[in-house]
Design a protein around this ligand. Structure first.
Ligand SMILES: NC(=O)c1ccc[n+]([C@@H]2O[C@H](COP(=O)([O-])OP(=O)(O)OC[C@H]3O[C@@H](n4cnc5c(N)ncnc54)[C@H](OP(=O)(O)O)[C@@H]3O)[C@@H](O)[C@H]2O)c1
Length: 377
């Protein structure tokens, strides 16, 4: 078997893919960029030490390639490019910018999600890599309603934000690349932390609302019972559905499909059978942020007389406006057919509370250099 090259390996999903694919015996290479404080080798060493500690055994190390998806030949040295050409036969492209809005076509998310995909495709041509696993998003469907099929791509939909549009453009680019002989597309919904440990190293989407609620309530004074009665209004009905999925499940399904060639060359909605309702999300936010008395004012209602806390909340959550609404129904027949033995863990009150508490305990930040909070010495 040739090496599988993972982009975005330091991200939330990427690090789980390293764990699961390395555990399955897949020879791995990773494309990583340095940070101001860490070399690419140090970054991967930290992630591998974390997994070794959690698994209680040493995982095989990936080959670390230093690069950036926005550069020619991904910024690889001549020697690394030759190594990749000789050894890599499959790319798992997970790197992306999760910025929702851009200031210009040259900035994120366009730069990495569209420009970066073009560079990754050119690199595949140069390095003769013909198998491509593309990590897209279920939200390439944009603002569509009703049932979204895995076979649907561009049906003229309006996108909810620049991120969704950039991911749709990226999917269209990989689908039209003639030199890719085998393309598998994964479309996760909203990724949250590990269903077993609560771990996450990024705090987008669901966590942004949680962090905002938590920060705002920290600024208030609780009553004698220790609770805050915020009397705030949510501009939702309470029965909107949201498709939250734990990262360990996303990685398990992807890794199973990647290691079973008969399932390649399809598109997979990585979405739960039973989405959560916004009422449950609200209840968990109340309980974990310790505020009470908030009500549902109705979907899309304009608050003409917002309180200070409401104004702050809606100002800051605006960037996620497109998620502050009812999700469509994602058909996931391909996923269920390929991996019926890997059902998505049900996101119930207990699990969502545990994940929320873990993020609060982490103070909504994670640093691979000081990972002791999750048990690495
Ligand atoms: N999170 C979600 O809810 C969600 C939902 C649906 C789909 N997805 C998709 O799933 C994939 C993984 O998302 P994630 O949640 O793991 O995101 P993440 O934690 O933010 O990780 C993003 C990864 O991409 C890398 N990256 C970004 N720009 C790069 C560049 N120019 N060159 C090299 N690497 C670059 C980052 O590297 P650094 O560590 O160096 O920054 C990081 O490893 C993405 O394609 C995303 O669009 C995510």
């Amino acid at each position: 078997m040739g090496y599988h090259l993972i982009t975005g390996a330091t991200g939330l999903l990427g690090r789980y893919l390293i764990r699961d694919l390395a555990s399955a015996g897949v020879p791995l290479a990773v494309l990583v960029r340095p940070t101001r404080r860490m070399t690419v080798d140090q970054r991967i060493d930290m992630i591998m030490a974390f997994w070794d500690d959690h698994l209680g055994r040493e995982l095989p190390r990936p080959v670390v390639l230093e690069g950036n998806i926005n550069e020619e030949n991904l910024g690889l040295s001549q020697e690394q490019l030759e190594w990749a050409t000789e050894n890599v036969d499959r790319i798992i492209h997970s790197a992306a910018s999760l910025s929702f809005y851009s200031t210009s076509q040259e900035s994120e998310p366009w730069r990495s999600n569209v420009g970066g995909v073009k560079k990754v495709l050119e690199f595949c041509k140069t390095a003769n890599i013909k198998k491509f696993d593309h990590v897209s998003t279920a939200y390439v469907c944009g603002l569509r309603t009703g049932r979204i099929m895995e076979s649907d791509v561009d049906v003229g939909q309006e996108s909810g934000n620049d991120y969704e549009r950039s991911k749709l453009d990226a999917e269209l680019l990989v689908r039209s690349a003639d030199h890719i002989e085998s393309l598998t597309v994964f479309r996760p919904a909203i990724i949250i932390g590990d269903s077993k440990t609560g771990f996450t190293n990024t705090f987008h989407g669901f966590y942004a609302a949680l962090q905002l609620g938590h920060t705002l309530t920290q600024m208030q004074t609780p009553d004698e019972t220790g609770r805050l009665y915020a009397n705030s209004r949510f501009t939702l009905d309470g029965d909107e559905s949201k498709n939250l999925i734990p990262v360990d499940w996303v990685s398990a399904v992807m890794s199973y499909i990647i290691t079973h060639p008969k399932h390649h060359e399809k598109t997979y909605h990585l979405t739960p059978l039973h989405p959560v309702q916004s009422r449950l999300v609200h209840d968990v936010l109340e309980a974990t942020c310790n505020f009470y008395g908030s009500i549902f004012a109705g979907a899309g209602v304009e608050l003409t007389d917002p309180t200070e806390a409401e104004r702050l909340f809606y100002d800051h959550i605006r960037v996620y406006n497109s998620y502050w609404r009812d999700d469509p129904v994602f058909d996931s027949t391909n996923t269920q057919t390929a991996a019926p033995h890997l059902p998505c863990p049900h996101i119930d009150r207990e699990l969502l509370t545990r994940l929320s508490q873990a993020a609060i305990d982490m103070n909504f930040s994670w640093n691979d250099r000081t990972p002791h909070r999750f048990g690495v010495k």
